[in-house]
Design a protein around this ligand. Structure first.
Ligand code: ADP
Length: 384
C-alpha cells in the first residue's frame, strides 16, 4: 500500500486493475497534471511498474477496493470485473464510480448485455440463454449449425467462445464447467464481412464524441490488427455505426470510453460486445488521433470537456505484439527502430507468454497498405 498526500487543487482518479490499459492511462494523467492511483494485484503488474501511487489488492476484495478508493475523487476501471455490490458501497460513500454499476453490469455479463441492447432497440444477432444441451439443440434447429456458444461471464480474448459444428461437440463443450455466475449463451453464427469497433467517450453531463469507426481483425479470438478508419466502410454505414454507439452510451448512461464491437454483414450492422473502458481497438488513437482514448477516458470520468477524436492523418494501423518465442522484447528495438523511424512501439512490461498481449505497434500515415506492411513487419519481428 502506498500513501500519497491528497491535493485540493487537482483531482485524483483511481483505476481498478493494473494492466496495460491502466499503464497507458498514466501518461495522459501525468500530462493533464492530475493524480492517478491504481489498484493492482502485485508490484510486477504492468501499470504498477510505472505508477507511483499503487495499492496492492484484489478487485473483488471489498476491503482492498474501499481502502484504495479512499481519497479518490473518481473510481474507474481497467477491466470490468469488480462485483457490483462493492461499487454500490463506493457510491454510498460519495465516491463517483464511472461508469456506474448499472452500466457496467452490461459489460460483465453478455446475457444481460444482449437483453439490455434488445430493449434499447440496438441490432443484435439471434441469441438465447440455453440451460441444457437439449435447449441448445432446439436453438440450433432455428439458426442451423454452426452456431456460436459462449459463457455469459468470465470470457476474454476468445476464451469462453466456441463455434459449434455438431451435437457431439456441443455436448462436449457444455459438459465443461461454467465460470461463477455464468450461463450458456447460444448465438447465430453471423456471416460477417468484417468486424468493426465504434468507440465513443461520454461524460456525466452528457457530452459525447465519436471516434472514427475502425476495422478489427482477430486471430484465434484475439485482436491482432486494427485499421482506422475501417477500409471500404462507406460514410453512411460508418455514421450508422457511430450512431449506434452513441445511442448505446446514452441509453445505458455510460461514462468514460465505450467500445461497441460490431459485425458488418455487408447488409447490416449487428452489435457483438461492449467494453466500458479504453479498449484494444482504440490503441491507435495514442498517435493517430488528436485526443487519445486514454486521455478522453480521463476527461470523461472527470466530467471535463472532451477532446477531439479526429484522426491526425488519413489512416492509422495498429498491430498487437503477442508473446512468441522471444522472451526479451527489448532486444528487438535496435532492428525495429533502425528500420522504421516513423513507427511507434508500446511494450507493456509483461512477462512474455505464448499468445499473451505484451505490446503493440502503430503506424500513422497516408496509405493503409504501406502502414499495414510496416506495422506487421515490426510486430512479427517482436514476436520472433
Ligand atoms: P470475447 O469476450 O472473448 O472478446 P466475443 O464475444 O467478442 O468474445 O467473441 C470473440 C470473437 O468470436 C469475435 O470477435 C468474433 O470473431 C467471434 N464471434 C463471437 N460471436 C460471434 C457470432 N455470434 N457470430 C460470429 N462470430 C462470432
Amino acid at each position: 500500500m502506498s500513501a500519497s498526500v491528497a491535493r485540493a487543487d487537482r483531482p485524483r482518479v483511481g483505476m481498478v486493475g493494473g494492466g496495460q490499459l491502466a499503464r497507458m492511462s498514466a501518461a495522459p494523467a501525468a500530462a493533464l497534471g492530475i493524480d492517478f492511483r491504481v489498484l493492482a494485484t502485485s508490484r510486477q503488474e504492468s501499470a504498477a511498474q510505472v505508477v507511483s501511487d499503487v495499492f496492492i489488492g484484489a478487485h473483488d476484495d471489498e476491503h482492498a477496493v474501499l481502502a484504495f478508493a479512499d481519497g479518490c475523487d473518481v473510481v474507474t476501471f481497467d477491466h470490468e470485473h469488480v462485483p457490483p455490490p462493492i461499487l454500490e458501497k463506493l457510491e454510498a460513500r460519495g465516491i463517483a464510480v464511472r461508469p456506474g454499476p448499472h452500466a457496467l453490469i452490461n459489460a460483465q455479463d453478455k446475457a444481460i448485455m444482449r437483453r439490455t441492447l434488445e430493449g434499447a432497440g440496438a441490432p443484435v444477432p439471434a441469441w438465447r440463454v440455453v440451460e441444457s444441451v437439449d435447449a441448445a439443440e432446439e436453438f440450433a434447429k432455428l439458426v442451423g449449425y454452426p452456431f456460436i456458444l459462449k459463457t455469459s461471464r468470465g470470457g476474454y480474448d476468445g476464451k469462453g467462445v466456441w463455434r459449434i459444428e455438431d451435437g457431439q461437440q456441443l455436448a462436449g463443450v457444455m459438459s465443461g464447467e461454467l465460470p461463477p455466475g455464468a450461463q450458456w449463451l447460444a448465438e447465430e453464427a453471423v456471416p460477417f464481412v468484417q468486424e468493426l469497433s465504434a468507440q465513443v467517450a461520454r461524460s456525466p453531463s452528457g457530452q459525447s464524441v465519436a471516434y472514427p469507426v475502425v476495422r478489427t481483425v482477430q486471430a484465434d479470438g484475439i485482436c491482432s490488427e486494427v485499421v482506422a478508419p475501417a477500409p471500404g466502410l462507406d460514410a453512411e454505414r460508418a455514421v450508422a455505426a457511430q450512431r449506434i454507439a452513441l445511442e448505446i452510451a446514452g441509453s445505458l448512461n455510460v461514462t468514460g470510453m465505450l467500445a461497441v464491437e460490431m459485425f458488418d454483414t455487408g447488409e447490416e450492422l449487428l452489435v457483438n460486445e461492449l467494453a466500458m473502458r479504453p479498449h484494444n481497438s482504440g490503441h491507435w488513437s495514442i498517435e493517430g488521433a488528436v485526443t487519445s482514448q486514454f486521455e478522453n477516458h480521463l476527461r470523461a470520468v472527470l466530467d471535463l470537456p472532451l477532446g477531439s477524436p479526429r484522426l491526425r492523418a488519413p489512416a492509422a494501423v495498429m498491430m498487437n505484439i503477442l508473446g512468441g518465442d522471444v522472451g526479451d522484447l527489448y532486444s528487438a528495438y535496435r532492428h525495429v527502430f533502425a528500420r522504421d523511424p516513423g513507427l511507434k512501439v508500446h511494450l507493456y512490461g509483461k512477462e512474455v507468454r505464448p499468445g499473451r498481449k505484451v505490446g503493440h505497434v502503430t503506424a500513422v500515415g497516408d496509405d493503409v497498405e504501406e502502414l499495414t506492411m510496416r506495422a506487421r513487419h515490426a510486430a512479427d519481428y517482436f514476436m520472433g
